[in-house]
Design a protein around this ligand. Structure first.
Ligand code: ARG
Length: 298
C-alpha cells in the first residue's frame, strides 16, 4: 500500500506556561527529514502549519487562553479532516498537548466515529483535568478529559456537539505524574491506565500490544498521540514538564515499528517538543527516530 503522508504543524504554545512549544513544528520543518522519507518510498508533503492567533496577547498557561486554544483547534481539526478526505495519513507535530483536541476531533469527525474510535495516549501525565480540577490552569493538562466530553463546552463540542471518545476505547501508557482530580475522573470512567511502573514490569511491547487490542476492539479505527515527556528526560530533555524514570527509546521504538501497515491506524501525533529546552537536538532527533520507526516498512 502506498501511503501519502501529510505532515501538519500544530504551532501552539498557549496551553502551557512554557509556550516555546509553538516552535516545535518549525524545528522539524528545517531538517532534511521529509526528503529522507521520500527516499523510503513515501509521498510526503508538509501540508500546512497551523499557527496560534492571539491578538489580545492573552498570557500563555492561563484559563483565559481557552478562546485561543479553541480557535486554533477548530482550524487544526478542519485541516486534519481535509487531509483524510484526500486519503492521506496525517502526522501532526505539536505544539503543546492541547492540540490533541483538534487533531482527534478532526479524525473522529471525518470517520463519523464519535464514541467508536480508539486512542492510545503515550504520556508521563494523564492530561485529564477540567477547569474545575486543574492545579496549573494550563490547558495542555486537559485534552484527554476534553475529548472524553469533560470540560468547557467550547472545546468538548468542537466540530460536533458530542463527546469524541468512549472511555472503553482509550488507554494511557507511561503515566507517572498526576493529580487527584484527573485520576478520579479517569477511574470513574474506567479508563485503562498503564502506569510507568507497569511498563517497567511487563515491558513496553506487552503493554502496547494490549493497548492495540483495546483501541481496535469495536472501533472504526485508532490513533496514537505521543507526548515526548513519556521518555526519560535523559533521552528527551526538550520538553516543558519532564518527569524522571520514564520510557527508554530502545524499548519503545521497536514496539512502534511498522505501525503504519496496520489499516486501522488512522493518524499519528507527536507533541510537546520545546526546542529552547532541547540539548544538542537530542529531542528533535528522537522525534524523527520515532516517526521513522512508525513508518518503517518490513
Ligand atoms: N501535556 C503536558 N505536558 N501536561 C502536563 C500537565 C501537568 C499537570 N498535571 C497540569 O495539569 O498542569
Amino acid at each position: 500500500m502506498t501511503h501519502i503522508l501529510h505532515f501538519i504543524g500544530a504551532a501552539l504554545g498557549c496551553g502551557t506556561k512554557k509556550p516555546e512549544t509553538l516552535e516545535g513544528p518549525e524545528a522539524l520543518y528545517h531538517t532534511p527529514f521529509l526528503k529522507q522519507l521520500n527516499n523510503l518510498g513515501y509521498v510526503t508533503s508538509w501540508e500546512d502549519t497551523i499557527v496560534e492567533h492571539n491578538p489580545n496577547k492573552i498570557q500563555a498557561g492561563t484559563l483565559e487562553s481557552l478562546s485561543v486554544v479553541h480557535d486554533f483547534n477548530h482550524r487544526l481539526a478542519h485541516t486534519v479532516d481535509d487531509s483524510l478526505e484526500q486519503s492521506a495519513f496525517p502526522i501532526v507535530i505539536g505544539g503543546d498537548h492541547s492540540v490533541a483536541i483538534g487533531t482527534w476531533s478532526g479524525v473522529i469527525h471525518h470517520l463519523n466515529a464519535e464514541g467508536e474510535f480508539g486512542l492510545i495516549w503515550l504520556d508521563a501525565h494523564m492530561d485529564s483535568h477540567t477547569p474545575q480540577t486543574t492545579p496549573s490552569n494550563c490547558i495542555h493538562g486537559m485534552p484527554l478529559a476534553t475529548l472524553l466530553g469533560h470540560g468547557e463546552e467550547e472545546l468538548t463540542h468542537l466540530i460536533s456537539p458530542k463527546a469524541k471518545l468512549n472511555p472503553k476505547h482509550v488507554v494511557l501508557i507511561g503515566v507517572r505524574s498526576f493529580e487527584e482530580g484527573e485520576q478520579k475522573l479517569l477511574e470513574n470512567l474506567n479508563v485503562r491506565i498503564m502506569f510507568q511502573k507497569e511498563v517497567h514490569q511487563r515491558g513496553f511491547q506487552a503493554c502496547f500490544d494490549e493497548a492495540l487490542e483495546i483501541a481496535q476492539k469495536g472501533t472504526k479505527g485508532f490513533g496514537v498521540t505521543l507526548d515526548l515527556d513519556m521518555f526519560d528526560p535523559r533521552f528527551a530533555p526538550g520538553v516543558g514538564v519532564p518527569e524522571t524514570d520514564g520510557a527508554l527509546p530502545t524499548e519503545t521504538l521497536p514496539a512502534l515499528q511498522g505501525l503504519i501497515q496496520n489499516p486501522n491506524f488512522k493518524a499519528f501525533e507527536v507533541v510537546e517538543l520545546n526546542p529552547t529546552l532541547d540539548r544538542d537536538d537530542i529531542t528533535l532527533t528522537l522525534l524523527q527516530d520515532i516517526i521513522a520507526s512508525v513508518l518503517q516498512k518490513s
